[in-house]
Each structure stands twice: as C-alpha cells, then as structure tokens.
Unconditional design. Sequence first.
Length: 506
Amino acid sequence: MSTPSSPVLALRGICKSFPGVKALSGVDLNLYPGEVHTLMGQNGAGKSTLIKVLTGLYAPDAGEILLDGTPVRPASTLDAQQLGISTVYQEVNLCPNLSVAENIFIGRYPRRFGRIDWRAMRQQAGELLERLQVRIDVTRPLAAYPLAVQQMVAISRALLVSAKVLILDEPTSSLDEKEVALLFNVLRGLREQGMAILFVTHFLDQTYAISDRITVMRNGEREGEYSCSALSRLELVNKMVGNAVPAGDAAPAAIAPVAAQRQPFLRARGLGRRGTLAPLDISLHPGELLGLAGLLGSGRTEAARLLFGADRADSGGIAIEGKEASFHSPRDAIAAGIGFCSEDRKHEGAILELSVRENLILALQARQGIVPAVPMKRQQQLAEDYVKALGIKTAGIETPIGALSGGNQQKVLLARWLATGPKMLILDEPTRGIDVRAKQEIMDYVTALCRKGMAILFISSELPEVLRCSDRILVMRDRQAGGEYQRGQLDENRVLHAIAAEAAHE
C-alpha cells in the first residue's frame, strides 16, 4: 500500500495524567486515508486512554490532535463525531428493541413537515448498509440479528455523520470466525473507499489479517510504529511485553499432557463458547499447579470463567473426579469443590463497604444457601484464623475491606475461598497491582496449598511468575490453546515464541 504524504489524523506529544498515574506520555500517532492502522499493547499500555482522548471523553494535558492538518480539541463524543471521528465500541451500544433503521438514525431522524420521515429513513438506512454489503430488513428489531450484523449497524451509524476516521475498539471480542471474516470484508471495502480506520485488538492473527500498519504502546508510551509486512509476530510480541528475544531461539515442540498416576480432579474436553473461546482440552490433577500463559485477550480468563460456570459453555463438557458435571452457575462449581479468585478484585471480588469478616464468609454462606446463616461465632473464628495464617494487616476483622491495601484485600479474597475447603482453586491474576512482598507471601501460601494436594489453575501476565510456580504450562493465543509444556521445557524467551506462534506462520 502506498502511503499518502499527509495523515488525515495526527497525534503529537499527547500526555494524560491521573492522580498518581501517568497514563500517556508524549504519544504520537499517524493515521492515513485508505489504511487500517492497528493499535496494540498489553493491559495498562494506554490504548483505552488514548481512544478516550481522541473521542473527547478526556482532555489531553499536553500535545495536540490534528485533523487534516488543522488542530482540533474534541470536547465530547458528539463533538468528535461532528468533526468526523466516529467510534464503534466492543459492546454494541444500541437499542435492541428498536428497528435497525431507528438505531442508525437515533437522534438524527430525517424529517418532513416537522415529522419523522419514516420512508426516507428506511431508504437511507438500506443504502448505508448496502455500502457495507449488508442486505437485511431494516424494519425488523435489531435484536433479531446476530452480533456481527449489529456491529455493521453500529458502523453504519458511524458512517452517517460522514466520518473521516473510524475507530474500532475491540470490535471482534464477541464474534466467531465467520463473523470476523464478514467484518473484515466490510473494513477492506471501507479502506478501498479511502476511510482511515484505527483498529484496536489483542489478537495477533486478526492483526496480520487486516492491518497495513501497527502502532505498539507500552507503559503509556508509543514503543514504535511499523509496517505490518515488516514486523514479525515474534517481534510484535517482544515489543508489546518489552522483552528482547533472540530470533534464533526457536520454540520447542508442544508435548502431550503429563501422564499422572492419579486421576485428574478436573478434566474438560472440547470446552468452548461461541465467539469467546475455541474448544479447549484441559486437565488438572490434585497437587498440581497449572499455569495459563498468554497475552491479554488470549482466552485465559474466558477459559477460567467457563470452568467455574460464570459463563455457559456451548460445546464440550467437564468431568470432576471422573464423573460428568454440569455447571449452570458458579454455585454448582463451588458445590463441586472449586473456588475462583477473579482478576477484577474491585468489581467481582471485594465488596469494599463490608468488613473483612463479612467478605471472608461470603462464599461459604453462598455454598450452603441463605438459610441457615453461618453462626457468628464461626464467622469470627474463621476470620481471626485466616487473618493470622495469611498475615492480613488489618486493625480488626470488622474493619471495612476497602480500608486495606490491595495486597491485603487479595489475601482476604483468597481466604474467602479457602474457608469453603476447596479441592481446586482458580486464581486469575492474584498478584496484579500489589507490592512485591505481598506477591511473594501470596505465592508462597498458594504453592504450599498445592503441595498439600490442592489443584490450582494459575493465570498471570507476569511470565517469570508463571514459569517459577507452574508444574505445567498451557500457552493460550487468540482464544485457543497454543501448546502444553512441562516444567523446565520453557523459559521466558521460549514462552514468547510459543505465544507468537512464529513457526506456524513462516
């Protein structure tokens, strides 16, 4: 692709800070007409903040945004749209009960003699969708169509305002392969029409299927801007995570899972969910710590949620200690002896207004139902015991958990599940956002539990932590299993090779 001489959108030295956090530091970006430019980076790299600056949700502290060479400063999403910068988000933010045409024209209905011109609206909606090669009945409710078509409707709405720049923020996270292919056909058509497209994704395969150029962000800074054809998958992964991996250090071949003498506590076969996770085989034995490695969005958390019944699988099944099990909700998983510490400590873990004691006994109470209540004496004894055992620093068991540090909150959540006497623990990023000492204390305790016979599924973005603790490692990439390895077969460099799947694409 020949690049035009001047970008339609240019960011120069964009900075944005929040109390105690520098989210963006001197970020540059060039977006040209007739290209798909992909923005990539790990969690916390600054991608979301940059998109919010572009769409007027945040005002930059420094730097400038140039649209067709003219400085602009969007004050709101509506302001950005009127300037020609339209965004389609990961979650389709439309009204499923309204018709397709109504969704496209919400707030901008064509009028005739002071009334909505329904006929013109339907005709124009059909023409906009035709531009995307989508032919559907625009009078039907949006909910009647699959998610991929709903994404096309959202894009049509964005195009209604004569957008110069189309920003797609994780648009494929809930789409299956066929739906992704449909979306990409649309994006190629828009690219040929001269549209400038900024595509945000975590998926390597999709990046190389659609991108002309790639900007990599890391720790709030632009690591670099590259032509897609000139950047290998391995190099891209290196730049995202900040590692320098010798190019000649090839990834080892994956091996079959370890042959254990004991029956697995949990065995899943073909477990998957449309648009979320390709069918996955996974087993976990008593006294074994299985690490899940992979980039953000690779399918690690999605696998954990399916195993815990937080999301419903639509393929495959689970066996617990050799017997088929069906998890319709987390309560079924808890009853089977499984605990789950979510990566989202703030929204899915700690209830900040409740005390340490109240947070700690929640899972135990949920397992036995609302009635009978766990006796207060037992609640207090459990809380006191785990505060001591885990070294939780708190003024007392009645202290609100929100008053504790992140590391101590995490210890309370770990204690919550230990109080249920689980046979298996799923730990999703249990050490994220806590200090080094608290990390070590938690991991020492988790390792000790494992050696006493507990099965542990451990998810972490910190590769050295996964390598140090795991008996086996399952590498995830692009929402599917990428290989299973024994302790000692992988080092950090080789994990990155496995994540990049370089050999499969050379």
